[in-house]
Design a protein around this ligand. Structure first.
Ligand code: KIV
Ligand code: ZN
Length: 518
């Protein structure tokens, strides 16, 4: 029968300790609630001795979380264990996780002890923690670089002392999958009481092998996986739990194991962690990256449209991603992708001339890089070259800023063949600019996202601004690059307004409507 892998999340401990700005209790609780909904079995939520704030957040979370086991970290020091137990005891059940370095390097240069003393300390601390709870986990810090004889000895001694979970961390991400699985196999072969504990692994990603090592450890018999959402954590991070969880699910042909995770919560939880921890997810990150379900090359796009399984081993829906997979419209796209988007927007094949559309598309894709569905729409139905050109241009921007008096923004915009000017006063600069542009163009948008990037070219700093706005239930994207941050924002907004106008003009033409701004 399929065995369960215990998912031990340490986003709020190992993950949190790597952040530049510590999370407050409120944010930690929000993450803990999301992790509970995701269905993690154990959540390590802090290191209570490390600070009064950590103590308090562990206490608050321990009180609130009912469906996951809450755990706190402690060194092999009586006072650490007392404090961890005090923070956790508001929960009905809790786990104390104690750790001690076991590699010669750490023992000699960090702890200044010998291995006999280490075993003695570990055994004492496990017994000491057992006075508070039956659920004690012991971690052999730097197990990846510990001699296998010493590792077997301390694992056997701490199980005998009462540890119910033994964690084998690759603290510095040094091992390789084959080597790491051999460590686990050897423990199973040589430790006499190994069946009295769950073997856990905790891998770091310094050589990019944390997930590979964790999966190899499962195949060697480990039954608890420690890690964090999005792989955040010390240095290069920890095992990305979402990757291990989906590997178990997608490759069920290889592993006779399962987890209790609610897979559809993965994407949402990942987003919450990224947002609250202020840790952006790389676009190409497995499972949760923005490109994880995007297809770019013409051959892939055509293959996807014929059968998703050609290039998709898991679906975005399976992890709760509602936007679905996407075909990037770039100069590498073929006609199949264009047809797909036109159909998605409600146009039949006979409604437009594919050859004309494809040629126009290639031209604009070369110029712009990425093309959006609304660009296709305007290209397909443009009756003249002018139809595809920009209508709005920035003529002048005047901003007066006073810390006490607020902000006055004036914009002069060239619209077709006339210039219009308007002004707005307010306390928020971006809002004021948005308001003036709305007044002049009569296009009412909701600003959804605005990203600023610094670019250095030939010792000159440029600011790239990406904006996303919503207009009549549809998203439009704008981009601009300027030496000045505000000019760049205004121009990226104008870029969006031009796209909206073109799209509306096409729609208006198609439906014989007249728009106000024409
Ligand atoms: O990486 C590590 O060794 C740890 C231990 C405290 C488990 O985080
Ligand atoms: Zn760690």
């Amino acid at each position: 029968m399929s065995q369960r892998i215990i998912i031990f999340d340490t986003t709020l401990r190992d993950g949190e300790q790597s952040l530049q700005i510590a999370l407050n209790t409120k944010k930690k609780l929000r993450i803990a609630l999301a992790l509970e909904k995701l269905g993690v079995d154990v959540m390590e939520v802090g290191f209570p001795i490390s600070s009064p704030e950590d103590f308090r957040s562990v206490q608050v979370i321990a009180k609130k979380i009912k469906n996951s086991l809450v755990c706190g970290l402690a060194r092999c020091v009586d006072n650490d264990i007392d404090i961890a137990a005090r923070a956790l005891q508001v929960a009905k059940n809790f786990r104390i996780h104690i750790f001690l370095a076991t590699s010669n390097l750490h023992i000699r240069s960090k702890l200044k002890k010998n291995f006999d003393q280490i075993v003695e300390m570990a055994v004492h601390s496990v017994k000491y923690a057992r006075r508070y709870t039956d659920d004690v986990e012991f971690s052999c810090e730097d197990a990846g670089r510990t001699s296998i004889n010493n590792l077997c000895r301390i694992v056997e001694a701490t199980i005998a002392a009462g540890a119910r979970t033994i964690n084998i961390p690759d603290t510095v991400g040094y091992t390789t999958p084959l080597q790491f699985s051999k460590i686990i196999t050897t423990l199973y072969e040589r430790v006499l009481n190994i069946d009295e504990a769950v073997i856990s692994v905790h891998c770091h990603d310094d050589l990019g092998m944390a997930v590979g090592n964790s999966v190899a450890a499962i195949q060697a018999g480990a039954r608890q996986i420690e890690g964090t959402l999005n792989g955040i954590g010390e240095r290069a991070g920890n095992t990305a739990l979402e990757e291990v969880i989906m590997a178990i699910k997608v490759r069920s042909d290889l592993f006779d194991v399962h987890t209790n995770i609610c897979h559809k919560e993965i994407y949402r939880t990942s987003k919450i962690v990224s947002k609250l921890c202020n840790m952006p997810i790389s676009p190409n990150k497995a499972i949760v990256g923005s490109n994880a379900f995007s297809h770019s090359s013409g051959i892939h796009q055509d293959g996807m449209l014929k059968n998703r399984q050609n290039y998709e081993i898991l679906t975005p829906e399976s992890i709760g991603r509602m936007e679905g997979n996407s075909l990037n419209l770039t100069s590498r796209s073929g006609r199949a992708a264009l047809k797909y988007y036109m159909r998605a927007m409600g146009y039949q094949d006979g409604d437009y001339d594919m050859d004309k559309l494809y040629n126009a598309f290639l031209k604009i894709a070369d110029e712009k890089g990425q093309v959006f569905d609304y660009d296709l729409e305007s290209l397909a139905f443009a009756t003249s070259y002018e139809d595809t050109q920009d209508y709005f241009y920035l003529e002048d921007l005047n901003i007066q800023y006073s810390y006490i008096g607020g902000i006055t923004t004036s914009i002069k915009l060239f619209c077709g063949n006339k210039t219009y000017m308007d002004t707005s006063a307010g306390i928020n600069l971006l809002n004021a600019i948005h308001e003036v542009l709305t007044k002049i163009t009569n296009i009412s948008t909701v600003l959804k996202k605005c990203e600023f990037f610094i670019k250095n070219y030939d010792f000159t700093v440029f600011i790239k601004v990406n904006v996303t706005v919503e207009f009549e239930g549809r998203y439009f994207y704008g981009v601009s690059l300027s030496k000045d941050i505000l000019e760049s924002f205004v121009k990226s907004m104008i870029n969006v307004l031009n796209s909206i106008r073109r799209t509306c003009q096409v729609k208006a033409k198609l439906h014989n409507e007249l728009r106000k701004y024409n």
